[in-house]
Structures are given as structure tokens and as C-alpha cells.
Design a protein around this ligand. Sequence first.
Ligand code: SAH
Ligand code: F3S
Length: 432
Amino acid sequence: MKKLYIETLGCAMNVRDSEHMIAELNSKEPYELTEELNEADLIIINTCSVREKPVSKLFSEIGIFNKYKKESAKIGVTGCTASHLGKEIIKRAPSVDFVLGARNISKITQVIEQRHAVEIDINHDDSTYAFGEYRTNPFKSMVNISMGCDKSCTFCIVPATRGDEVSIPSDLILGEIAKGVKSGAKEVMLLGQNVNNYGKHFTANDESTNFTQLLQKISKIDGLERIRFTSPHPLHMDDEFLEEFANNPKICKQIHVPLQSGSTSLLKAMRRGYSKEWFINRCEKIRTLCPKATISTDIIVGFPNESEEDFADTMDVLEKVRFEQLFSFKYSPRPHTAAAEFKEQIPNEVAGARLTKLQARHTEILDEIMEAQMGVEHKVYFDELKAGGKVSGRSDDGKLFFVEGSEELLGKIVNVKVTKVSRGALEGIVSA
Ligand code: SAH
Ligand code: F3S
């Protein structure tokens, strides 16, 4: 059997895209996955281009792969960097055999047959969401509900790499989730760049399901006990959606509300479509409707023109909302984005100091949240076997747990009492 080495960078969508590529490859010829580069017949790097760093690392990585791979092995670069650099990749690294964009992964079986194929068209093609079945872990099921993004946040390269937003017909989504349940998953993670904008852009389809209705349909699937989704957009968090989130017992009480900046004027320059007040109002609404929900966020510091006052607004939102998880980044200018042309770029040291301050304060908040968890009982869905006789899983509100245990716990939801707390994860004992 041929062997495949696949490296997946970036977001959950890329993780699912890698699974889709494996399914497509297997539909023609079975591949065995390997973690040994020198054994592989096919090497795929599924890339991210949201920030510059991973892009610059790509070329040094290709060099290393080239040195250690079997002579006959093919190297392919797929995903968002493939979309945005296209044939430039082959120019800079001729050892790369093919380049396949994030929107074109259904063509994987075609491009592996051609030397120096470049497929990076971001226009919609129906075949791009009909895939075979493959899951790296049968207990972890991710299902795409939409592709692309219809926004134009001025910092973000994603619309240029993943193309226009398209909602996948709900019957296909329900079918995919049912397949996941059949192979052992009790939980599904719905994926899209703007999940709660679902239903605005169907192609060749007279469907009118919106995200709230989609959640209602999904929660009727037999055997499915938990629904998660990432990422929703704060702009589309209307009351109807938040009420469904709070009241539907199958929806996990963890929600990602990507802030980006706390300053209304910067949010405008970012073209996010909401103000600081709207953001805080939505988080307060979540807390009122569902006090046990945890809120996570993404924040960018050092966006062009960010003043001390703008940054103070971001710190203020952090104090008010007390996010449980924070993904924070220094602004990175990207090609094909409006903000890269903005004049007042912020010096790296200033952005770095702000990032440090933001993360330090968040760490204090997180420590307080986690300390209060000692002795608390959670229902944990276990989905992964870990080294040293441990099993990991997540509570309904998204906390990562490790307990002593074996395969028997996988695919089960059990009560766990917290016995040890740390910033990143909790330890506990199964209590019933
Ligand atoms: N809609 C997607 C966003 C994908 S990008 C989602 O909500 O998941 C993921 C995160 O990367 C963004 O929320 C943003 O915080 C960060 N990001 C995007 N472009 C960036 C840039 N140019 N510099 C720094 N961070 C960026
Ligand atoms: Fe990017 Fe904004 Fe869309 S962050 S993915 S353009 S919602």
C-alpha cells in the first residue's frame, strides 16, 4: 500500500480538508498514513496563510522534506497558501509537484497525476463539497456547513483564498452528521468561516434554512448528543440565535465570539460591522440567557493606527467579558487585503508590548476561572487516548479534561469531578 505523510497547519477547516483529501485519495487507491517522512510516497503540506509566519516557514520546510524524502515521493502544497501564491510556489521550490488551493481539494486525485499542476480557482464548483468518508478519529466528527466568506474584514486574506461564501444544502449536512454518529461520534463540530450567516448563499437550491433552523434540524438526529460550531460572527448574533443557543440542550454551552478589537473606530477600519457596545451587549445577552456558558475570542493587537486609547478599549472588553479562552495575535499585513495598504502601521515593539500586556491580564483572569473549578462536576465527552494511561475529552462548556482511563471511555459522556486545575486543562476522576 502507498504511504501518505500529511501535515496540517492552521484552523479546524484545514483539519477537515485534510480528511476530505484522504477520503478522495482512498476512493481511487488506498493510502496508509505515516508519520515517517522517509517512508512516504506522497507528502502533502496543507497550509494556512492567515499570518505571515507560517508562509515564510513553508519554503524552509519544503527544503527539509526534499532532503529526507524517498526519491520517488511527490510533494504537494495545498490549502490557503497554495491559493494565494499559486505557481509562485513551484517557481521558488521546483521540487514541489503540485499546488492545490483550499477551494480545490476535490481535485487531489487529478493533480497527483500531473507534474507541476496548479489548481487554485476560487470560483464555486458543486463537487467541492461532496466527499467520501474519512475521519482521523471516529469520535471526533467535524462537518462543513458553509465554505468561503462573504465579509471583507480589511486584515483578512481568507476571502481571497477560500472564495465566496456558499451554504451547503442542509440534507447533505444532516447526512454527513448521521454518518459520523454511525461510526461512533456523539458530538459534532459544525465548521464555517461565519457559521451563523448560514443560509444566505445557497447555490442552485431553493432552500431557505437559516442557522437557527439548521441547529434545530441537527438536534433531531438520533444518537447525536452534542453540537458545537465554529466560528460564529458577532454581527449575526441575533436574539433568535442566542435563545436557541441557550435553550437547546444539545448545543454545547461554549461560544466563540471573535472580538478582534475593542475600539469602535478600529472595528470600523477593520470593516467588522459592529461596535464595542454591540459586542458587549451580545456577550451580556449570552450571560443572561445562559449563565453557565463560556465565551472565547480572537483579538488582534497593533492593527494600523491603533492608539493607546484603542488598545485600552480592547483591555476594557477583556475586563467586562472575562473570556475563558483567548486567541491573540499581532497584526500581520497580508497580500490581497485593504489594511496592508493603510499608512499608519504600528511598530513591532509597540504591538509586542500590547500583546504581552493583553495576554498577561488574560492569564490572571483564566487562573481565577480555573481555580474556581476545583471539586466541580462536569459531563465530559471522551474522544482521545493519551500517553501514560490517560484519556482526554471536553466538558459541555468546552473545558479540556484528562483522566486516568482506557479505550472504554472513548465515545462516552461521563461525570467527572475536578481534582486538579491548571491553565490549559483540568484533571479529574470519573464519579459515576
Ligand atoms: N472567520 C474566521 C476567521 C479566520 S482567521 C473565524 O472566525 O474563525 C482566524 C483569526 O485569525 C481571526 O479571527 C483573526 O483574529 C486572526 N487574523 C486574521 N487575519 C489576521 C492578520 N492579518 N493578522 C493577525 N491576525 C489575523
Ligand atoms: Fe476573515 Fe472576517 Fe471572513 S476574519 S474569514 S473576512 S469574517
